[in-house]
Design a protein around this ligand. Sequence first.
Ligand code: NAP
Length: 322
Amino acid sequence: MTSNYDRYTTAETVCETFQYNVKGKTILVTGPSITGLGYAAAAIIAKFQPKTIIFLGRNEQKLIEAKESLLKINPELECKTIECDLTSLIDVKKAAKEVLELGLAIDVFIANAGVTNSPYTITQDGFEVQLQTNYLSHFVLITQLLPLILRSELKRVIMLSSGGVIWGGVQWEDPNYKKNEYDGHAAYAQSKTAMTLFARYLAKHYGDQGLSAYSVCPGAIPTELGRYYSLEMKVEFSKTIGQGCFFDDGSFNYDSTWWSTPSQGVAVVCRAAFEDDLQPNGAFLNNCIVDEEGCPVHCKDPELVEKVWGWTNELLGESLSE
Ligand SMILES: NC(=O)c1ccc[n+]([C@@H]2O[C@H](COP(=O)([O-])OP(=O)(O)OC[C@H]3O[C@@H](n4cnc5c(N)ncnc54)[C@H](OP(=O)(O)O)[C@@H]3O)[C@@H](O)[C@H]2O)c1
């Protein structure tokens, strides 16, 4: 199906079009802090009568704030909050158990929480922090919650990927930068590439059970994502590529054409979540359209799609069964 969608399409427009698919559904969002895209998506979806929104976040206060704010938008909504720090697999497995205990079929799982360009950090589980936060912990959550997803009507998994995948693919032999020199952008690209490959793997192997999985780039939206960028990096970026997106003191220039609004950013999430039969299953979306051509080979090579499953299971090893 061709569409008139583009980077200016809003999530309200998309949700209105597919409101019959939003109504009565259960949506799980990771990383729902009120200033970010996960909350932005939930807040717009909430206007179209979903039944339940489940928030998984690492900060209790932020979870309460997100829930209260959501219920002001739609007091009829059921909103569940579960604490989960994605840098801890113990936490992740505990959160998965809590979601399983809710017993709700999950129509849409939105793997949104993420970090970029972090200083080099190895988590308590032994993984580079962006790899674990953005990818590995979502992998664990999704695989453990698959029975609930497959039981639902929509059966969708949405990965917040990034146009940053062009900075590089998965470092199959050295994902935690134990040998090679660490590069924050390459590590981000690695994690987002892995998410993109994983979406394709899920589509390929669970598509016959009705599951659809997509990876999406929301564009550039002013949020807390750039927390690890120095003032120098922001100013330099703003003056070269970023169309004046930052002022010289590092604050956002919201008037810059570089930025999309949160609603424009999450329109692609809503499209992947609610459009009927969006093809091809497993696709990468950008600017609110399917953009397989713009997706680098290292994010779509069928051999790598197969490889990512075994590689991830091997990497997680015993921590999966503990
Ligand atoms: N904004 C953009 O321009 C852009 C572009 C491309 C892709 N994306 C992707 O979109 C997604 C959302 O980004 P955003 O812009 O909304 O960023 P954000 O404002 O920084 O929000 C990220 C969310 O992830 C959570 N998070 C980070 N580390 C976590 C951890 N260890 N455990 C649990 N939650 C954790 C944050 O929680 P705290 O609030 O507690 O830190 C926050 O809720 C990310 O995956 C990002 O890579 C964004």
